[in-house]
Design a protein around this ligand. Structure first.
Ligand code: AMP
Ligand code: GLY
Length: 421
């Protein structure tokens, strides 16, 4: 079977690597892909938002399955376009991807169906939002309703900061129309856990847990980024926590979406905070996490194509999802200055050190193939993942591995998974 993956980041590289292991697949395309993906798949020069062109390509090349990696095309309805043309595709339809596309929708869904989450109010009027803040408890959290590259969340310590935040989101429109509606949410605390789940509209199967590190600098300092590193599993996600989430969060979310006529098929990413009052949902995403996928997929034992097909066919209950009994750590190599100002076009060397090395992966995020070789082409450049028998060993392996890759301006956090080993 031929498979097409849509996207161009480290997450899509991890999906492509996983698909490449499937015995059912003999050809992989990726649109638009990147330099690393190009080594195991054929990159196709079609943008992720060019739905009709993607569908034309799938039709013409007899693609047996298209996997959508990114949020924007999902929220924009790419799956509906494919389905209308009778093409097989993995991901939620537009009416289900809204669970990520609108934070106000997801908060209202949780409230209506009693799924644990932080207390909140939605606002479409800036004056009302400002008035509400006057009596609210600080710190407080402001969230742009729509997609904002993971950057539309402001944690405000003082009333002044919160008021400025409302103006930035709703009046200055820093994130465009994503800030037309905002969610003002209670500030909660506790360890964060990401759980990605396969869903077939009725059944939901959670994968192994992971933890992201969103801040740019060691010790969770600095600006929020797309993710500076991950590890899997996280020891905070105990059997008790898992059981609670399965009973009170995952299945109720599936059932709620079905009850709303929005059957969710694809990957549901549940961002949890383990508070003193129990696990609460921070956010839902409608796709694999990035860089969570880079530590979760390498540990999955199943044939990913079989699992995705079971989701599309509503037969996920027949799948026995299995993960290796080990750990993985992914350290993101970024361009110094990310997420603000950074330079691109620096030659990357050292890839040959990973050839034939099992249990090590170099996932490309922002890279470009040039005549001189592969160069940096973004803030997050590579995700270096290593496995190990324990988190401690995986961490040691990952941090040894990052030393084998060189480029000018290389920057990384040195504390991915550190507090837990
Ligand atoms: P989100 O995009 O909703 O996951 O938010 C990004 C980050 O902001 C999360 O990973 C948390 O670290 C933080 N955050 C979001 N909501 C809250 C909240 N209600 N209380 C405290 N921190 C939060
Ligand atoms: N790592 C967080 C995300 O993918 O949204």
């Amino acid at each position: 079977m031929k498979v097409l993956i849509v996207g161009s980041g480290g997450r899509e590289h991890a999906i492509v690597a996983s698909v490449a292991k499937s015995s059912q697949v003999n050809k992989i395309y990726c649109a638009p892909g990147n330099a690393g993906i190009g080594q195991i798949a054929e990159c196709v020069d079609i943008g992720a938002m060019e739905f009709e062109k993607l569908a034309d390509f799938a039709e013409k090349n007899e693609i047996g399955l298209t996997i959508i990696g990114m949020d924007d095309p999902l929220v924009g309805g790419v799956v509906d376009v494919f389905e209308k043309r009778g093409l097989r595709v993995f991901g939620p339809r537009k009416n289900a991807a809204i669970i990520e596309g609108s934070k106000a929708f997801s908060k209202d869904l949780m409230k209506k169906y009693g799924i644990p989450t932080a207390a909140y109010e939605n606002f479409t009027n800036p004056e009302e939002a400002l008035a509400y803040l006057e009596t609210a408890k600080m710190p407080i959290v402001l969230k742009a309703d729509g997609l904002a590259l993971g950057k539309g969340v402001l944690i405000c310590n003082t009333l002044e900061e919160a008021k400025t935040g409302v103006r930035t989101l709703m009046l200055d429109k820093q994130f465009g129309d994503a800030g037309n509606t905002i969610v003002i949410e209670e500030f909660i605390t506790g360890p964060e856990v990401s759980v990605l789940c396969y869903c077939d509209g009725t059944h939901i199967k959670p994968m192994t847990s992971a933890q992201d590190h969103k801040r740019a600098k060691d010790g969770d300092k600095g600006l929020n980024t797309g993710g500076m590193g991950t590890f899997s599993p996280t020891p905070f996600y105990t059997e008790d926590v898992k059981k609670f989430c399965e009973e009170k969060i995952y299945q109720p979310t599936m059932d709620a979406m079905k009850a709303e006529g929005r059957d969710f098929v694809g990957i549901l990413f549940v961002g949890l905070m383990l508070t003193e009052d129990g696990p609460k949902v921070l956010e839902y995403n409608a796709r694999f996490g990035d860089p969570e996928a880079q530590v979760v997929l390498p540990r999955m034992k199943n044939d990913v194509i079989e699992v995705m097909n079971a989701c599309i066919d509503g037969k996920l209950d027949t799948v026995d999802l299995q993960f290796e009994d080990n750990a993985a750590v992914c350290v993101v190599l970024a361009s110094d200055g990310y997420p603000e100002h950074y330079e691109k076009g620096k030659l990357i060397t050292g890839f040959e050190n990973f050839e034939g090395k099992e249990d090590y992966y170099v996932f490309h995020a922002g890279t470009k193939q040039t005549e001189e070789g592969i160069v940096t082409n973004g803030g997050r450049v590579l995700g270096v993942t290593a496995k190990g028998a324990s988190l401690k060993e995986a961490r040691k392996n990952a941090y040894e591995a990052v030393e084998l890759i060189h480029f000018e301006n290389k920057y990384m956090r040195t504390d991915i998974g550190k507090e837990l080993v």
